[in-house]
Design a protein around this ligand. Structure first.
Ligand SMILES: Cc1cc2nc3c(=O)[nH]c(=O)nc-3n(C[C@H](O)[C@H](O)[C@H](O)COP(=O)(O)OP(=O)(O)OC[C@H]3O[C@@H](n4cnc5c(N)ncnc54)[C@H](O)[C@@H]3O)c2cc1C
Length: 450
């Protein structure tokens, strides 16, 4: 039997009041202020095993923390045992085999920093302080996905601690069912302590192009941008957003290009022909700079809410709703969220839908409406405005990315993220690997008898 007094950790066991306790339970969304009874800062696979056994022995709810970016704060259990994986942050690159072995608590920046000296990279998200763990287990979208697939499409094998505290490997040849589920099924099946990633020769160069238009002029611009996206090379990931500025709402369209900037520049005349922008920015950050470009300095101090959809089509009526952000006219509305689109397609859609738990590979754009603020008194109106902006795009939606599900979407959210046939297979897998649902602080797939 493992008890608190007998448990020994290579890392640290923290309880309320200990130095480091508050830092370890603080995550990206400042709305989350939960106090675990214990935090195990895991420094080895053995620590993860011991922590799982201890939590079960003491009947404590388990939370698993990597980058702490889940907007609902699922990593932090109130009065439970949080397994903080962040000390397990090592990345070992083999430049000859083009593989990276990444520990389960590493952040994306660590993966990029270890790979880029060799001109290598693999798909990772757009913000360097997001966790490899949560991002990859849900799918993992990034600027390389249209060339090389999602992050989960590039994982060759996983090492995972099970609900019983066993350590197993999942790959195409070992536990292939589990391998299928870990590619998009989230943290439902166990705690991944190592990801083995395939890397690609990407070089170190990129190009970012952005064109700002007044929102009132932007319907034809977005129609043209949407049509260009349909024929864009895979090196280009099209982006668009709408945000408030001192001169009124601005729609920005453009693309991120990973590869030779000279080739990326060939898209610029077509972008410029979309209309008369009020401003234009074309930059050539290094890949490492690109990967930190959306980092939010001090971002962990903000309260957050977001709402998201996958879109297959983006008809003119959806463009109008996108520009309005849930308001009645372009210049009305308070607390309006920023809204954005990022193109999918390319290599993401090359993978057969049945190949992995990740679903909805026919997506053309991911839509997101996100709000951030600091005053708790603004919680309700800010969240309501982001929900309204999301609801305005609902008629055009074809599902949602599981990692973008809002806190309050529950089982309906899961049904939006996975078609019924996938959900049935995920449920069967959950019943095998975690029949008592001890890993339930996630977008939870319930075992069949629960
Ligand atoms: C600023 C920001 C930018 C983002 N950008 C992108 C993006 O570009 N592309 C994209 O695809 N997504 C993006 N996301 C969404 C992101 O993928 C999810 O928020 C994801 O849950 C973050 O993972 P994390 O490890 O940082 O979060 P955490 O909150 O630490 O973990 C989330 C959940 O994942 C599970 N988990 C984490 N690590 C492990 C592990 N090693 N083993 C088992 N379970 C684990 C647990 O269930 C945990 O509750 C972004 C989110 C934010 C806040």
């Amino acid at each position: 039997m493992t008890t608190v007094t007998s448990a020994r950790f290579d890392g640290r066991l923290l309880t309320p009041g200990d130095p480091g306790y508050d830092a370890a339970r603080t995550i990206w969304n400042a709305m989350i202020d939960r106090r675990p009874r214990m935090i195990v800062r895991a420094a080895s696979v053995t620590d993860v095993v011991t922590a799982v056994r201890l939590a079960r022995e003491l009947d404590l709810e388990i939370g698993v923390r990597c980058g702490g970016h889940n907007v609902a704060g699922l990593a932090v259990p109130a009065d439970g045992l949080m397994i903080d994986l962040t000390p397990l942050n090592g990345v070992r690159v083999d430049p000859i085999r083009r593989h990276a072995r990444v520990q389960g608590g590493a952040l994306l920046g660590a993966l990029d920093r270890a790979s880029q000296p060799y001109g290598l990279a693999t798909t990772a998200g757009n913000v360097s302080h997001t966790g490899v763990g949560g991002l990859t287990l849900g799918g993992g979208m990034g600027w390389l996905a249209r060339q090389h697939g999602l992050a989960c499409d590039n994982v060759v094998s996983y090492t995972m601690v099970t609900a019983d505290g066993d350590v197993v490997t999942a790959s195409r040849t070992e536990n292939p069912d589990l391998y299928w589920g870990l590619r998009g099924g989230g943290g439902n099946f166990g705690i991944v302590t190592d990801f083995d990633f395939q890397l690609h020769h990407t070089g170190t160069q990129t190009l970012v192009a952005e064109f700002d238009f007044r929102a009132e002029d932007a319907v034809p611009v977005l129609e043209g941008w949407r049509d260009l996206n349909a024929v864009a090379p895979r090196q280009a990931t099209f982006t668009a957003d709408v945000h408030s500025t001192a001169i009124g709402p601005i729609a920005t369209v453009g693309f991120v290009w990973v590869g030779d900037p000279a080739q990326g520049r060939r898209l610029l005349p077509a972008m410029r022909a979309l209309g008369r922008p009020v401003a234009e920015r074309v930059t050539t950050p290094s890949y490492l700079e690109l990967q930190q470009r959306d980092d939010t300095t001090g971002g962990h101090a903000y309260r957050r809410y977001s709402s998201a959809h996958y879109l297959r089509q983006f008809p003119t009526a959806a463009i109008e709703a996108f520009l309005l952000r849930g308001a009645s006219d372009l210049h009305a509305g308070t607390y309006l969220p920023g809204v954005g689109l990022q193109a999918h397609g390319g290599a993401i859609a090359d993978v057969a839908d049945a190949d992995a738990a990740f679903s909805l590979r026919g997506t053309t754009f991911e839509f997101g409406a996100g709000s951030r603020w600091t005053e708790p008194s603004e919680d309700d109106p800010r969240m309501a405005a982001a929900r309204t902006a999301g609801a305005a795009l609902d008629p055009y939606a074809d599902g949602v990315y599981v990692n973008s599900l809002a806190a309050d979407e529950g089982q309906r959210g899961l049904r939006r993220a996975y078609p019924a046939v996938k959900l049935a297979r995920l449920t069967a897998l959950k019943t095998v690997w975690d029949p008592q649902n001890i890993f339930h602080l996630n977008h939870n797939i319930r075992p069949s008898h629960a």
